[in-house]
Design a binder for this molecule. Structure first.
Ligand code: PLP
Length: 635
């Protein structure tokens, strides 16, 4: 647990149990010991067709944990409720979930259901997101906000006005000044009184990676001059009472409460000014930015950590708004936040398998004989070799490495010229390895091949170098004996993970064993805290589609869980269809070709078996199947 810092990033939802496996604590800190769920048991149940009730799903696998989602929402609400109460704040908190963080139907439906008692709403940033938010909120609390952000055209605005007609508590947030004319015009045409918000471009700037949208030159929002023009236009249109919400977003992963309070304080001043100018302001929407501690370091200096708790975040927000409003004698506004990362990150775990590892061969000298090898080297290479030996005898590692590199370069040149055979090339490699090892410079890091696509499942690692905790989900009672990096299935040199939390360039791993200690011969790794952004951002590089997904809830009974939904990942046919291929036609073409090429003369595979095999390939997932040789043989 210490080696992988599980208690740092995992608390209160993930911990190492007595069997050395990672357990989920579905209700966070209030989970009772008998309610913990062993992740390995989930994997076995859903992937092993032979286990009782086994579903035979293929990995990689996303395990969704709705109980965790519920706990996140309730914890966020409780943190704000406490801050409101303890500071005598005279309005309430009602958050919205920005659906872009994970648009999965069941995630959004769960959030609407779990958040209904405290009016939790949704935020949309595009037309399809608005459609899904509208339909989900029809089953939600009628007071829940539906915040419409993002760049808008007439269609988007009309849809948002329709949402208002459907009695959804919809706010159109002006992201650009030009959107106002459309709102005024379309609302008159549709006879709907809109609720309007403005997104302010704050001067407060978050300097981390995720802060590039903040500051005066940020991509989104209205400048002070533009906000003043909006107020004027609304007054002229007789619609100033429609302006009710002020929104801003400093950026994701706000590192400290000091920066947060600075931004919220600035926004609260703008809010008060809008009240002074006659708007009927009711809500201050502080955007997203509530961060996640991916490495458990509680650092305020890094993009992968944050230096505050949920309680401290809420207290800082409430205090900053109250302070400004009290000084200006302005009624406290409803506080809305658009926390995405903080709500959904913990609720899913990506589980994948290490299928093989590069072997660390003990360096050996050539069977051809040492003298033969030295004799075949050029004079310069022989001189390097002698220098290398004397440096090794002196114990001068630095000089050793210099001569070893030089020697390597010379024999590679000799090989390219044709004066060195492949056996000799291998032998000099062996010699250099022996020397590197003897002076302690051998690279002990091994490559573990994982049945995964980094581009599909951990796109932020590839795209922006974001680190996530990655940990074996079992065998943690055994000391790992290997350091490894992870290499995925794609034919792409970027398809590897070679940076880990804590700034490590390798991950402690266990030797792959015949039976991996699981009784199944497998070695499973989990990528944690990836429930936000990763699924929607993931691509189809090499046509590896998404993982299988299961939804797992805690049930009564010791350590019991129920799989309430299981969806296999997209098949080869499915991913081909995304790129406009037509799997049915492709199958027919291949079948036809088979009929032309294979005459059924009793030798080898028959036509129908061949066709069955082709059909099976379209139906199967693109990822590796265990025992590939057996399962791909023609049946
Ligand atoms: N709201 C807006 C306008 C955003 O741009 C974002 C993300 O960048 C969010 C909310 C969600 O932010 P976070 O995931 O940091 O909570």
């Amino acid at each position: 647990s210490e080696l992988y810092k599980v208690d740092g990033w995992g608390a209160p939802y993930f911990a190492v149990n007595g069997s050395g496996n990672i357990s989920v604590r579905p209700h966070g800190a209030s989970t009772l010991p008998h309610q913990e769920i062993d992740l390995l048991k989930i994997v076995k149940k859903v992937s092993d067709p032979k286990s009782s009730g086994g579903l035979g799903l293929q990995l990689p696998l996303i395990v969704r944990l709705p109980d965790v989602l519920k706990n996140r929402l309730e914890s966020l609400q409780a943190a704000f409720d406490y801050a409101v109460q303890s500071q005598g704040y005279e309005a309430h908190y009602q958050g919205v979930y920005p659906v872009k963080c994970n648009q999965d139907r069941f995630v959004v439906e769960d959030i609407v259901k779990f958040g209904s008692p405290f009016r939790f709403g949704l935020e949309a940033g595009s037309k399809p997101e608005l459609l899904l938010a509208m339909s989900c909120l029809c089953k939600g609390n009628p007071e829940a906000l539906l915040v419409c952000n993002g760049f808008k055209d007439a269609e988007y605005i009309s849809l948002a006005l329709v949402a208002r007609k459907l009695a959804l508590n919809t706010v159109i947030v002006l992201e650009q000044e030009e959107e106002l004319d459309l709102v005024v015009d379309l609302s008159k045409r549709l006879s709907v009184k809109p609720i309007i918000g403005v997104r302010a471009k704050l001067r407060t700037k978050h300097s981390g990676h995720f802060g590039s949208t903040s500051g005066e030159k940020g991509k989104f929002g209205l400048t002070t001059t533009q906000i003043l023009r909006v107020v004027k236009k609304l007054e002229q249109a007789g619609m100033i009472d429609c302006l009710q919400l002020l929104h801003f977003h400093i950026g994701s992963q706000i590192p400290s409460t000091a920066l947060l309070a600075d931004g919220v304080g600035e926004a609260a001043q703008i809010y008060c000014e809008l009240v002074r100018l006659g708007a009927q302001m009711r809500v201050i929407d502080i955007g997203g930015g509530l961060g996640i501690d991916y490495d458990g370091s509680k650092s305020t200096e890094s993009d992968v950590s944050v230096g505050y708790t949920l309680g401290e975040y809420a207290a800082a927000v409430v205090q900053a708004i109250r302070f400004v409003c009290d000084r200006r004698s302005i009624k406290h506004p409803i506080i809305c936040s658009e926390s995405g990362r903080a709500i959904v990150s913990h609720h899913s775990v990506l589980i994948f398998e290490a299928v093989s590892a590069s072997v660390y061969e003990s360096p050996t000298m050539s069977s051809l004989g040492f003298q033969y090898l030295v004799d075949s080297l050029s004079d310069e290479a022989q001189a390097d070799y002698m220098n290398l030996c004397s440096a090794a005898i002196r114990g001068d590692s630095e000089t050793c490495l210099i001569y070893a590199d030089q020697l390597k370069q010379r024999y590679v040149d000799q090989f390219k010229e044709g004066s060195l055979g492949i056996e000799q090339l291998a032998a000099v490699d062996g010699l250099c390895d022996v020397i590197s090892k003897s002076i302690g410079a051998a690279d002990p890091v091994r490559t573990y091949h994982v049945n995964l696509s980094v581009f599909t499942s951990i796109p932020d690692f590839w795209g922006i170098g974001q680190l996530f905790p990655i940990v074996p989900i079992h065998r943690l009672e055994q000391k790992p004996s290997v350091k490894g990096i992870l290499s995925d299935l794609t034919c792409d040199s970027d398809g590897k993970i070679d940076k880990f939390i804590g700034g490590e360039s390798s991950l402690p791993l266990h030797e792959l064993e015949g039976d991996g200690g699981t009784g199944t011969g497998k070695y499973y790794l989990g990528m944690f805290l990836g429930g936000a952004y990763e699924e929607a951002l993931g691509g189809l590089h090499n046509l590896f589609g998404g993982p299988s997904v299961v939804r797992v809830s805690q049930c009564d009974g010791p350590h019991s869980f129920a799989v309430t939904r299981a969806v296999p990942g997209p098949s080869c046919g499915d991913v081909l269809r995304v790129m406009q291929h037509e799997p049915e036609l492709m199958f027919e073409t291949l079948k036809h070709r088979a009929e032309e090429c294979c005459n059924d003369n009793g030798n080898g595979i028959g036509m129908s078996a061949l066709a069955n095999n082709l059909a099976k390939s379209f139906r199967s997932m693109p990822y590796l199947v265990a025992n590939t040789a057996a399962s791909s043989s023609c049946s």
